[in-house]
Design a binder for this molecule. Structure first.
Ligand code: NAP
Length: 577
């Protein structure tokens, strides 16, 4: 019986590199890798060895005959992918570790950030070179978006942290936490003590809607909402107020889906996760019954991935409905019929047809087939029960209220050229007590590094940071992850991204193009400088103590961990080591 990859696939392709028969696709060398939601096992070629399941960092791979409940669809999904992409792929070219010039001793490389892109970068460097790594993070705890972004009910995704933990504990790696580049140390100081610096700082800010009322109390960016439920110490425990019955989430990507799911999931289920204690308590008291997901374009332009949307459709005790609108209905019907959904038509006259084949369909709209299409009046009380309303072709134009959010005005749009949203001028008011703006992240400039304002990323070419005025690389300075590519792609996408940046760095090392730290700029000198500038800096021992403290608190409550949610609590737990 073949294996199949399921919902939590992280796309980092660890499975691809261990498969002895090259039956997992698309591989990072294939064009579809850049756009695929997940990877697939070809059941015809799979020899059932289980190497992929052992290598998967997020426990997403299972024998097809062991798939249960909502996961059973993934057997078909894996098989069907190869119907459209015949598995006649040749093996990729073999690659061999390179030898680096040794005249300047061991390379010392600083990685700024400790999230997924930093983890993959350090892993790649440790595996392929004898380099020593310095890791730096502004927070007193590691993980970046793995800790403070991935939703708490996605615990298997968080398991990637286990593979990074072994990287962080490598004897060639030193950790300096609670240290910010640009505040406690400058880029030139960091660069002077290392042959190279790799910035893995993510995209910490949010895109702006640019509409009146955007900053009223009760209108939050997704980073604040997600940080709140994930115990990000930069987000206060009382940042979110859940006293209204309706919440509007602007945006239609995976983060918006995460937020809608967390708002309506039974708190007893969340109580088995590592959700922040303050968020769990607030969700237990929450009056929220309806979440409106506001998409400015149509169903086929949704930015969520299939697996995440399927999980949303199956949320226990929550109805998912679509606001009925002729253009939306037509888009769903067209996508469903292209996917061959006619045969399993749903008997409910208000519902569209649904079929297993929809799951593999190219157009996102097909996944909405079978959901009730309902007339929707956002100025009225929410309907009884708990529900998610998918409202397409609706762009927010104003957030309003007397001192705090009370309503969102939306303008109806229509799709032009099957792609672009154009306003029709028709306006509606949705009454809501909370608005979450989930329209994507944006990079924040790192002091001392060139910033590409248009892309919201560090200016770079293939991972080498460049001066935009001259196009010349800044010697020994690199970037990886969302700070390099912009804020898109799941965790696993960072593995290929890190490989590209590390390749560029090693090419430069081989070409003897890296700056060499001078006398008085060794590892110990750097550590002395950190202690002097940031007496509150913490390292691996403190990190271990925090981890132990959180896990111990978790054991008592039957949870993986109970997170410490403030900088002072984290520092105190670290000191108790
Ligand atoms: P995203 O995927 O870029 O989605 C942003 C959404 O906001 C889109 O629907 C976009 O619509 C909409 N939007 C942008 N500007 C808007 C505006 N001015 N008005 C109204 N809507 C606007 O961003 P994200 O959801 O923050 O996710 C970031 C990345 O993290 C994604 O690659 C995502 O897949 C990944 N992620 C993955 C998971 C997971 O795998 N479980 C979980 C969380 C995040 P348009 O298309 O019309 O621009």
């Amino acid at each position: 019986m073949a294996y199949a990859i399921t919902q939590t696939c992280c796309n980092d392709a660890s499975c691809v590199s261990v498969c002895p028969v090259n039956c997992i696709h698309p591989t990072p060398d294939e064009p579809e890798f850049g756009t695929t939601d997940m990877l697939y096992v070809d059941p015809q070629a799979c020899i059932d060895c289980g190497a992929c399941a052992d290598a998967c960092p997020v426990d997403a791979v299972f024998p097809v005959d062991r798939l249960r409940g909502p996961d059973t669809v993934f057997g078909d999904l894996n098989r069907d992918w190869f119907r459209d992409h015949p598995n006649d792929h040749a093996w990729g070219r073999p690659s061999f570790p390179r030898s680096l010039p040794g005249e300047h001793g061991v390379l010392r490389i600083a990685v700024v950030g400790t999230g997924p892109s930093a983890g993959y970068t350090a892993q790649e460097l440790l595996r392929s070179t004898s380099a020593e790594i310095t890791m730096i993070d502004r927070l007193p705890v590691t993980g970046g978006l793995l800790r403070h972004g991935v939703a708490p009910d996605h615990q298997s995704t968080k398991r990637i942290a286990d593979s990074f933990a072994s990287v962080f504990h490598d004897p060639r790696l030193r950790m300096h936490l609670n240290v910010e580049i640009g505040t406690h140390l400058t880029h030139p100081e960091l660069a002077a003590h290392h042959h190279a610096v790799v910035y893995a700082v993510g995209a910490a800010a949010d895109r702006r809607l640019g509409i009146p009322g955007e900053d009223l109390p009760g209108s939050l960016p997704a980073t604040a909402f997600v940080g709140w439920y994930n115990a990000d110490p930069t987000v206060p425990a009382d940042a979110v107020e859940l006293s209204a019955e309706r919440v509007v989430v602007v945006g239609n990507g995976n983060v918006a889906v995460d937020i809608a799911r967390i708002l309506l999931t039974d708190p007893d289920r969340l109580a088995t996760t590592d959700i922040a204690d303050h968020a769990l308590a607030a969700l237990r008291r929450s009056r929220v019954r309806e979440v409106v997901l506001l998409a400015r374009r149509g169903p086929d332009q949704a930015a969520w991935t299939r697996a995440e949307f399927l999980a949303l459709r199956q949320l226990p005790g929550v109805d998912v409905v679509v606001e009925d609108h002729p253009e939306v209905r037509a888009a769903i019907e067209a996508a469903a019929s292209a996917a061959g959904a006619g045969a399993d038509a749903d008997p409910d006259p208000g519902a569209l047809p649904v079929a297993a084949s929809l799951v593999g369909a190219d157009a996102r709209g097909a996944l909405l087939a079978g959901l009730p299409l309902v007339p929707y009046d956002g100025s009225a009380e929410p309907a009884p029960g708990r529900r998610i309303v998918l409202r397409f072709l609706s762009a927010p134009v104003e957030v309003s209220g007397d001192g705090r959010v009370e309503a969102v005005t939306v303008e109806r749009t229509t799709l032009v050229d099957g792609e672009r949203a154009e306003t029709t001028g028709q306006r509606d008011v949705l009454r809501a007590g909370l608005v979450v703006r989930s329209i994507g992240h944006r990079g924040v400039p790192v002091p001392g590094l060139p910033f590409d304002e248009r892309a919201g990323t560090v200016a770079h070419r293939g991972g080498r940071v460049v001066d935009p005025a001259t196009g010349q690389p800044l010697p020994g300075t690199y970037v990886v992850g969302w700070a390099k590519r912009g804020p898109s792609g799941g965790i696993g996408a960072n593995r290929a991204c890190a490989r590209e940046t590390v390749e560029a760095l090693l090419d430069d090392a081989t070409a003897r193009a890296l700056p060499v730290p001078g006398p008085g700029a060794g590892r110990k000198d750097f550590e002395r400088l950190v202690r002097q500038r940031r007496p509150d800096a913490v390292g691996l021992k403190e990190l271990r103590a925090v981890d132990r403290a959180e896990r111990e608190r978790g054991v008592a409550e039957g949870r993986p961990r109970v997170k410490l949610a403030t900088v002072s609590e984290l520092l105190a737990a670290g000191r108790r080591r």
